[in-house]
Design a protein around this ligand. Structure first.
Ligand code: CA
Ligand code: CA
Ligand code: CA
Ligand code: CA
Length: 285
């Protein structure tokens, strides 16, 4: 009889562990995938900054001046200042700098670099109960073009176990912080662009002292840039496709937010309890 009592105690203990681990498994894992829809040789996107929050963070407002953090990502693709603004403004938020990586990287054998036309990348985040998503990335080549969501995206349905949310990123913004000039634009010298000129360090270029505006989707988005002669004799270098008329109208990037299927520790320990029970039964007989 004593052994049955012991078995019952063991099963009760396992059941308690089941409940405890079940509770700690509620932290949600969310995968964010990014595809650059530009053609090969088209625009590139710097590693995405991603922030999960309770709806209280607003990266920017169209028609208003950009924050210093947004300026930094729009001009240099640097996520640190925006991350600092996010973590100062949001209680309990999770952003991509907290995962150990600076942002959602495109990692190659040569290390992280911007996401080129046609390339995809993804990262997984432990978002806890944060049910809103903000993202931002610089558009290359440019002085201060970026993609980001003006209003935070509600991802409650994904957290509740629903299907993925797919965003077609169709709007490119000019941060209004730097004049558009190929002489001081970022990434000119990168091997995948190979243009002349360009900035040699962060925050180079004349201040624009403007507000965030939408870059017109139609036509060549780089037509108004100063020092266009850096592009080459015909205004379009062979290895950079500026002139795809559908580049902005069809969406330059696709972002997919989906729940990650993880084994629930609760179910695993329940299985262990059942296995332990039948093992004890067999031993008794
Ligand atoms: Ca806004
Ligand atoms: Ca500008
Ligand atoms: Ca600047
Ligand atoms: Ca610059």
């Amino acid at each position: 009889m004593k052994s049955i009592k012991d078995s019952l105690k063991l099963i009760a203990a396992l059941a308690a562990i089941t409940v405890m681990t079940g509770l700690t498994s509620e932290a949600q894992q969310i995968q964010v995938s990014v595809t650059n829809n530009a053609p090969a040789g088209g625009i590139a996107l710097t590693p995405f900054w991603v922030g999960f929050h309770d709806g209280s963070f607003d990266t920017f407002d169209g028609g208003s001046a950009a924050s210093a953090g947004l300026e930094s990502i729009a001009e240099d693709g640097a996520v640190g200042a925006l991350s600092a603004e996010f973590n100062a403004a949001v209680s309990g938020g999770v952003d991509s700098t907290a995962t150990g990586a600076a942002a959602i990287p495109f990692v190659t054998p040569d290390g992280p670099r911007p996401i080129l036309g046609g390339e995809s990348t993804s990262a997984v985040f432990n978002v806890g109960g944060n049910n809103f998503l903000s993202y931002a990335s610089m558009v290359l080549i440019s002085n201060d073009f970026f993609v980001a969501n003006d209003n935070a995206l509600d991802i409650s349905s994904v957290l509740a176990g629903g299907g993925p949310i797919t965003i077609n990123v169709g709007t490119v913004y000019d941060a209004g912080t730097e004049e558009n000039d190929f002489g001081t634009s970022a990434a000119n010298g990168a091997p995948f662009f190979g243009l002349g000129g360009g900035q040699t360090g962060p925050n180079q270029g004349a201040d624009e002292n403007g507000v965030v505006t939408v870059v017109p989707a139609a036509g060549n988005p780089f037509a108004g840039f100063a020092n266009a002669d850096l592009l080459g004799p015909d205004g379009v270098p062979a290895n950079f496709n500026f002139n795809n008329p559908d580049l902005f109208t069809n969406g330059i990037a696709t972002i997919t937010i989906s729940a990650v299927a993880v084994p629930e520790p609760g179910s695993l320990s329940l299985l262990a309890a059942i296995a332990g029970c039948s093992f004890l039964r067999r031993r008794r007989s």
